[in-house]
Design a protein around this ligand. Sequence first.
Ligand SMILES: Nc1ncnc2c1ncn2[C@@H]1O[C@H](COP(=O)(O)OP(=O)(O)OP(=O)(O)O)[C@@H](O)[C@H]1O
Length: 300
Amino acid sequence: MHADAIVETRNLTKRYGRINAVDGLDLTVRRGEVYGFLGPNGAGKTTTLRMLLGLVRPTSGSASVLGGEPGAPEGLKRVGALVESPAFYPYLSGRDNLRVIARYCGAPPSRVDEMLETVELSGRAKDRFKKYSLGMKQRLGVAAALLKDPELLILDEPTNGLDPKGMADMRDLIRRLGRGERTVLLSSHLLGEVEQICDRVGVIRKGHLVAEGTVAELRSKAGLLVRAAPLEDAAKIAEGLVGVEEVEVSGGLLRLTTDPGRAAEINRRLVSAGLDVSELRPAEQSLEEVFLELTAEEVV
Ligand SMILES: Nc1ncnc2c1ncn2[C@@H]1O[C@H](COP(=O)(O)OP(=O)(O)OP(=O)(O)O)[C@@H](O)[C@H]1O
């Protein structure tokens, strides 16, 4: 296991009949980070998170959570999760609901008000749960998950179904929670969201991890932009280089699909062929483009 890994899966697989919900997944979440598990609906995010909590048994492969088996009582004490809509008593207040949960998870009663404050529900703590907006219900769910002061917080699509204000509040909350020592693993099908909140992102498609890295790393996978003269000659040379997958001419620039780390080498090749290279830089793609590319259906 990686030294600072808090969650690690190897070849994790879950099959439902003929459906491979999760298919050979290798995931590493490091201590202290906010990790975004990004993928379209049905990609296998919920199934993965449920396996990490010991709620679903893998068909094959392994997972380690806080150094132990998923679902082991020792580990579960240190994990807080909001995976399904949390079950609260509709006629009890937010505060009383948390008190009930604090009692059975052994959290000190003083933590209830502290967590209500954290999720900004102190002002509505005495109102019945059923009066809460969806966003408030979700935030109460986060407060419940935080009662035992978990080292790892797992949130499945925490902004799903919320209105824009509710989403923004939830994002702010997660960003705040991720600032300290705590590790947050959240799933989302929204790029913008993951881009705003997460330190690192894993992109899942049909049960596979198709990319993993920081938002900046995923973006810079795009390639290089080159300004050279004569441009047509530069394009011909670039096409002949090993490791350059695509060459496009656009707006007086060449766009090369290649590892941006090869910039110096490509520059050398162009210059030694007698071309003038006046600009060479990584082509920034929006994460959206990267995401669409990574998760696109194969055209058969
Ligand atoms: N209990 C189950 N029985 C049969 N198939 C299931 C079961 N749970 C999930 N699946 C299937 O496994 C695949 C992955 O589902 P999963 O819910 O993990 O995806 P997801 O990425 O979380 O998507 P969503 O955001 O829609 O929940 C889907 O094809 C789903 O229909």
